[in-house]
Design a protein around this ligand. Structure first.
Ligand code: UGA
Length: 437
């Protein structure tokens, strides 16, 4: 008989994992304490935006294999449970808040059948799995715990789940590994690399990967600062160093830096954990990565003041983009929205547009002005900021929109607009890390 799966926590990661595992032919039950979310998922509506996922959800619900529930009792028959609850940054301090992980494991431990395997996917501080295993075994001595970190990117969630660039499993015995090999058989058959590790290594792989990615972005943003000071061009520099395969050209897009629900909180939680382990010096550099990242946001504000003057209370600023990255409606720690809010706090009239993230942005910063169209957003602007690189912003009719603004001044915070095309259409163009031409 095929293994029966569950997914506990149906946020971004869990909802994707549940729909994708169902698409591999498994019976999957998704559990969440949020009854509104569960009702939406059961009706085929995704509570967030992710390309292709709502269609997959509807398709899988129709097969009858995929269901969602608020009741842990729905888990009594399940062989493999994937733990996908959130681990946000604590309100006080840098460390991760493990409340949801701990309470889910405590509750789950009362609903485990003999031999069930619990597989953590949430991003946790190293050492968490070992602690959770103790709780689990106290209530369910015949169960087992493994850790299988997730590397999916928002905007590419289905692709990254069904065609991941590697699978990492932290296990303490061969049986757990062979169960996971069975679950992921279809992915192994397409050649996905498989890495068996112990629990702490598996936990660390995830935060190490995100720390490396954050470091790459802050590295190029540090170069952008130097380029600005030296009158050089960071986009050319990035292209040139990226041809070296040891460096690679990905994640070298200079701009307003990284945000979202993962990279910022993961590097902070990693520092906090290293501190507890007595290894804080090893991760001291991540403090610098974090401050370069936050400085990029401030640099945009400084540029705006330099370009249009300090009397921001008399200015209208259009912000194109609110999501932390394109193809997402996620505004958690969004650099774009942070900059918009800071300019608003400094007295400017700030109008924001985003193709998908307006509702979430409005909830977070209701005092900003939200424009339902790019045209409305640009009208009477003293300055336009391009802060999330949605495709539609690269396809604007530059001559036409020039007539809408008060001054044709654009600041490209993502280094992804065609400078020559904007200049040809009569715009004054400024970008982070590039000398003005
Ligand atoms: C990140 C990782 O890339 C995933 O591998 C990981 O699974 C995920 O976190 C997670 O921990 O769950 P994600 O948060 O979806 O994925 O976003 P990224 O694509 O990594 O982008 C993060 C931020 O960096 C965005 O704000 C993006 O605009 C910014 N970025 C990215 C740059 O500023 N420059 C770049 O060159 C690349």
């Amino acid at each position: 008989m095929r293994l029966r799966l569950s997914v506990i926590g149906t946020g971004y990661l869990g909802a994707t994992h549940a729909a994708c595992m169902s698409s591999l032919g498994y019976t999957v039950v998704g559990i969440d304490s949020d009854s509104e979310k569960i009702a939406l998922l059961n009706s085929g509506t995704l509570p967030f935006y992710e390309p292709g996922l709502e269609d997959l959800l509807k398709e899988q619900l129709a097969t009858g294999r995929l269901t969602f529930s608020t009741e842990f009792s729905a888990l009594d028959d399940v062989d493999v449970h994937f733990l996908c609850v959130g681990t946000p940054q604590q309100k006080q301090g840098l460390a991760a808040d493990l409340t949801y992980v701990e309470s889910s494991i405590a509750e789950l431990s009362h609903h485990l059948k003999e031999g069930a395997l619990v597989v953590g996917k949430s991003t946790v501080p190293v050492g968490t799995a070992q602690k959770l295993a103790t709780t689990l075994l106290a209530n369910a001595p015949q169960s087992d715990l493994a850790w299988n970190p997730e590397f999916l990117r928002e905007g590419f969630a289905i692709e990254d789940t069904l065609r991941p660039n590697r699978l990492v499993v932290g296990v303490t015995n061969d049986r757990a590994e062979s169960i996971l090999r069975e679950v992921y058989k279809p992915l192994l058959e397409i050649g996905t690399p498989w890495i068996r590790a112990d629990l702490p290594t598996a936990e660390l792989v995830k935060v190490a990967a995100n720390s490396f990615l954050a470091t790459k972005i802050s590295f190029i943003n540090a170069m952008a600062e130097v380029c600005e000071a030296a009158g050089a061009d960071v986009t050319v520099l990035a292209k040139a160093i990226g041809y070296d395969p040891r460096i690679g050209n990905k994640f070298l897009q200079a701009g307003i830096g990284f945000g979202g629900g993962c990279l910022p909180k993961d590097i902070r939680a990693f520092m906090a954990r290293a501190d507890e382990l007595g290894a804080s010096q090893a991760l001291e550099f991540l403090r610098e990565i974090d401050s370069i990242n936050l400085r990029a946001r401030q640099r945009v504000i400084d540029v705006v003041r330099k370009l249009i003057g300090d009397d921001l209370d008399k200015k209208t600023i259009s912000v194109l983009g609110a999501a932390f990255k394109p193809e997402s409606d996620d505004v958690r720690d969004s650099p774009a929205l942070d900059i918009a809010a800071q300019l608003h706090a400094a007295g400017a009239t700030v109008k924001v547009h985003d193709p998908k993230a307006m509702q979430n942005a409005k909830k977070r910063f209701p005092s900003l002005i939200f424009s339902s169209s790019v045209e409305e957003c640009l009208t009477e602007a003293d300055c336009v900021l391009h802060l999330t690189e949605w495709r539609e912003y690269r396809q604007l009719d530059l001559k036409r929109i020039k007539d809408l603004v008060k001054y044709p001044l654009i600041v490209d915070g993502r280094n992804s607009l065609d400078r020559e095309a904007w200049q040809e259409a009569g715009w004054k163009f400024h970008a982070l890390g590039r000398a003005d031409t």
